[in-house]
Design a protein around this ligand. Structure first.
Ligand code: ADP
Ligand code: MG
Length: 602
């Protein structure tokens, strides 16, 4: 007997739903994209219970006539492409014709829609892929689609949904993305009856970013305007180097106004900041990449969040250069032209000349050479490649001898000698030489202190004379309430004023008042919303680590003998003196034995 069957439509749709409908935010994504494709100028998103109970999207787009409203729920039903050649140049956000069919197969859906001047609107009701009803209704031009009880008929999928707060966070993030990509469209976002975002049509991205993120965020942004039309135009904003994030969460990337998660773009963006931002620190960015439609394939991922560029490397170059230029014009880095103009020796390591020996000192009258003379000399030396066996022989590096210190090998007899670059303490112990990173050492001390206070439920806070206020972004607002009790255990006193404004009344001891705001913003941006219910301990560690990082002494800070002593003593009393709360080494060692070996004495 034959064993192969063609699957029934509703089964095929549920399978497709597995790829398209991952969570409430992916449903909202498809529906908002449909509204944008329908030419809407106003989109309202309402959610209840993190989008599981209700997701309702209304628009004033072109709407559908009755036949189309019914057909729209068929698999592979689309008005956006007709023939396979159309796939080569997709100008709409949707084109696969499977979103509505997939969503309707795993939820209870009610779609009401009307075209301009139609005698009446149409309402289509579908439950779990079964068409229940099609009838006349009242609705102005446009479409409202209500999706209730997501995954009501697929318990296995329902189990994978996260907490309401997590799903709301993802939805907020999504609305933020689309609102940024389409400043001309008015967006309203209502969560459990509370209006979280109301953005009137804006004239440009800057105005929209102001509506969503507030003035503070905008102040730190540099405008990006680069690339070229043939491969990729790159526009938008990136943050100034002083604004640092520890995750990529504040990077909003778009390709042809489609919100994407693209590693290559993220990497090129970071490359633009190379040598300006340290490793593991990320800029905030709103980057729009516009390419000719046939330069990009959007049909690589069912949820269309990944794209493939025909000329990947050229796009990467365009992004990197555009970001570099933006930083250069804000005087944060030499422009590429300036960099090219610099002679090669500026990139060579600087080795100071040996001091002249007293008995051989030559007296001479120093005449500084003129600019022309220097240029001529440099040209001549380059000609002879004189820099390559360069004048000063290289000093052997001790890199291969330095090692991380194991805690049990640490003695209590550490003597600080001084600082290197006002950032690293140079010290000795019985075994040789030690280098201590002063920032991470202090971080470790404070982390242990904060954790101990928190565990003992003893807060140690300082009241601010004048409470600091700041505005949360919608995404931050979504996690804020959840985080407040935890933050209060650490000594914060926070108050939600109207809307998304928050007041800081008190901060944990040791945390400079000026750092509190940055620390909170960073934490709200990076804290993993997924962890909120289960791993509270991890969350507490994250808060303590973030507090410690912001309160700790910085690099480039001169420390006197006493301060260095104090820091080393405290460090030795911590739970783990050799690693910082983020897992980086605190101390490097060069043993006496390795020093002797390095000098060929043994
Ligand atoms: P796709 O967007 O890939 O075409 P969908 O399943 O999302 O497929 O939608 C099917 C069709 O329904 C669309 O091609 C469009 O013609 C119509 N449609 C869906 N949503 C709307 C809307 N909000 N306004 C007008 N037409 C819509
Ligand atoms: Mg669609």
């Amino acid at each position: 007997m034959s064993k192969i069957r063609v699957l029934a439509d509703h089964v095929a749709n549920q399978i497709a739903a597995g790829e398209v409908v991952e969570r409430p935010a992916s449903v909202a994504k498809e529906l908002v994209e449909n509204s944008i494709d329908a030419g809407a100028t106003r989109i309202t998103i309402e959610i209840e219970a993190g989008g599981r109970r209700l997701l309702k999207i209304s628009d004033d787009g072109e709407g559908m006539v009755r036949d189309d409203a019914v057909l729209a729920f068929e698999r592979h039903a689309t008005s956006k492409i007709r023939v396979s050649e159309d796939l080569a140049a997709i100008g709409t956000l949707g084109f696969r014709g499977e979103a509505l069919a997939s969503i309707a197969s795993v939820a209870k859906v009610e779609l009401t829609t009307s075209t301009e001047g139609a005698a009446s609107a149409t309402r289509v009701t579908i439950d779990g892929g079964r068409m229940r009803d099609v009838k006349d209704a009242a609705h102005p031009r446009g479409t409202t689609i209500a999706v209730r009880d997501l995954f009501f008929n697929v318990p296995a999928r329902r189990k994978f949904l996260r907490s309401e707060a997590t799903e709301t966070f993802h939805l907020t993030n999504l609305v933020t993305h689309y609102a940024l990509a389409h400043p001309e469209i008015a967006f309203t976002f209502v969560n459990n009856g509370r209006e979280v975002v109301r953005a009137a049509p804006a004239k440009d991205l800057r105005e929209r970013a102001y509506q969503i993120f507030g003035a503070d965020f905008l102040e730190n942004l540099l405008e990006v305007n680069g690339g070229h039309g043939e491969v990729a135009r790159v526009t938008g904003f990136v943050s100034a180097p002083r604004d640092r994030r520890t995750s990529r969460d504040s990077q909003y990337l778009f390709v042809n106004r489609r919100f994407v998660r693209d590693r290559m773009i993220g990497r090129s963006l970071s490359e633009g900041y190379r040598s300006i931002l340290p490793h593991g620190v990320y800029p905030a960015a709103l980057l729009f990449i516009e390419t000719p439609l046939d330069e990009v394939d959007v049909n690589v991922h069912p949820a269309k969040t990944e794209v493939r560029f025909r000329r990947q490397a050229a796009v990467a170059d365009a992004v990197r250069e555009a970001v570099k230029n933006a930083l250069a014009s804000a005087a944060y880095a030499p422009s590429p032209q300036e960099q090219r103009a610099m002679p090669a020796y500026v990139n060579m390591p600087y080795v100071p000349p040996p001091p002249p020996e007293p008995q051989t000192r030559i007296e001479y009258q120093y005449q500084p050479p003129s600019g022309d003379e220097i240029a001529r000399d440099v040209a001549a030396m380059l000609e002879q490649k004189a820099f390559v066996p360069s004048a000063v022989p290289p000093v052997p590096s001790a890199e291969k001898f330095t090692r991380e210190v194991e805690p049990e090998k640490l003695s209590s007899n550490i003597r600080p000698l001084g600082q290197l670059d006002e950032s690293f303490i140079i010290a000795t112990d019985e075994q040789g030489l030690l280098l201590i990173d002063q920032h991470v050492a202090h971080e470790r001390v404070l982390f242990d202190k904060y954790r101990a206070l928190e565990a003992a439920r003893q807060t140690d806070s300082q009241q601010l004379l004048v409470p600091e206020t700041f505005d949360l972004t919608p995404a931050q607002a979504a996690v804020f309430d959840n985080l407040v009790p935890e933050l209060e255990n650490y000594g914060f006193e926070l108050m939600r004023l109207s809307g998304r404004t928050v007041a800081i009344n008190a901060t944990p001891a040791d945390l400079p008042a000026g750092e509190a705001r940055n620390m909170l913003a960073e934490l709200l941006d990076t804290v993993d919303a997924e962890k909120k219910d289960s791993a509270r301990e991890t969350l507490r560690d994250e808060i303590a680590a973030s507090l410690a990082c912001h309160a700790a002494i910085k690099v480039n800070m001169p420390l006197g003998q006493e301060k260095m002593r104090w820091l080393i003593d405290r460090l030795l009393q911590t739970s783990s003196p050799t690693t910082c709360p983020h897992g980086r080494p605190v101390i490097l060692r060069l043993t006496r034995r390795d020093i002797l070996k390095g000098f060929h004495r043994i």
